[in-house]
Ligand binder design. Structure first.
Ligand SMILES: NC(=O)c1ccc[n+]([C@@H]2O[C@H](COP(=O)([O-])OP(=O)(O)OC[C@H]3O[C@@H](n4cnc5c(N)ncnc54)[C@H](OP(=O)(O)O)[C@@H]3O)[C@@H](O)[C@H]2O)c1
Length: 267
């Protein structure tokens, strides 16, 4: 199967590192014109430069905090001003939090994780939906298997991803008559900065944790960013032209190990 995005403008949020970086690079290899968003300017510019090397197409790099109205509005405006259109929106940016349980929840942390993982996605999608209707484009939201796993721990983060999954279903129905598809790709444990950011693990500790954790994954290994990117590209491509409202899990069957303990850090 061929994937050709040379006529497509693709916006990837959280493209400065991790899964978003892998998604950006794969779209760049397939010829897409990219709008890339992140907060860390140096990382974002490095990813943009790497993308440009693939097919010589220079991405637009937007430094913005999607937890703020200004950041979301700047992202939408700069993308449309620069390219004049949008074909594919990848809502990937999110934060994890080290708040696991109800009784220990700091409500500021609760607000922060909902503001970035839910409100930011909702507002950006609202601003860009008219452009996607014009191109009969599509949206891929990056969720997590914790959205549907019933386990103790990661409470507010899991709730944001459950909200995102239902957002996908609801707006897929709203936008289907306008020719816009909306889907979710839900990663399991995936190699990125995510766990290091919430735990403070060093690179060495993270590698040890991944080896230990892999024993709980029926397929025996964590996902790479590229595993997630390949699924995103397939869903966003015309090969999936009637696929909408779905949640596709890429997790090596980890969710079936449905732990009742903290999903990431129990022994
Ligand atoms: N890694 C996993 O095991 C895993 C599992 C399930 C789901 N996921 C999901 O996969 C997606 C990508 O996560 P990841 O693992 O790649 O995490 P990551 O390595 O921590 O990267 C997160 C990305 O999101 C960006 N971001 C975070 N908050 C932002 C904000 N307020 N405004 C703009 N950009 C922001 C970061 O930008 P800066 O670094 O520039 O701030 C970074 O580019 C997330 O939706 C996450 O929930 C990850």
């Amino acid at each position: 199967m061929d994937y050709d995005f040379s006529n497509k403008v693709v916006l990837v949020t959280g493209a400065s590192v991790g899964i978003g970086e892998s998604i950006a690079l794969l779209f760049a290899k397939l010829g897409a014109k990219l709008s890339l968003v992140g907060r860390n300017e140096a990382n974002l510019r490095a990813v943009a430069a790497e993308c440009e090397k693939q097919k010589g197409v220079k991405p637009l790099a937007i430094v913005a905090d999607l937890g703020t109205n200004e950041g979301v509005e700047k992202t939408a405006k700069d993308t449309l001003d620069h390219f004049g259109r949008l074909d594919i929106l990848i809502n990937n940016a999110a934060i994890g939090v080290s708040t696991w349980l109800l009784h220990e929840t700091d409500m500021q942390v609760f607000d922060d994780v909902f503001r970035i993982n839910v409100r930011g996605v909702y507002y950006l999608t609202k601003l860009l939906a008219p452009a996607l209707v014009e191109t009969k484009g599509n949206i891929v939201n990056i969720s997590s298997i914790v959205a549907t796993m019933v386990s103790v721990g990661s409470l507010p983060y899991s709730m944001t991803k459950a909200a995102l999954d239902h957002f996908t279903r609801l707006i897929s129905l709203e936008l289907a008559p306008k020719g816009v598809r909306v889907n979710t790709v839900s990663p399991g444990v995936t190699v990125s900065e995510f766990v290091k950011r919430i735990t403070g693990f060093t690179e060495e500790q993270y590698k040890e944790w991944l080896i230990k954790f892999s024993k709980k994954i029926p397929m025996g290994e964590p996902c790479t960013g590229d595993d997630i990117a390949r699924m995103v590209v397939h869903i966003a491509s015309d090969h999936s032209r009637l696929v909408t409202g779905t949640v596709v899990e890429v997790d090596g069957a980890y969710k079936f190990n449905g732990s009742t303990q903290t999903p990431l850090f129990d022994e």
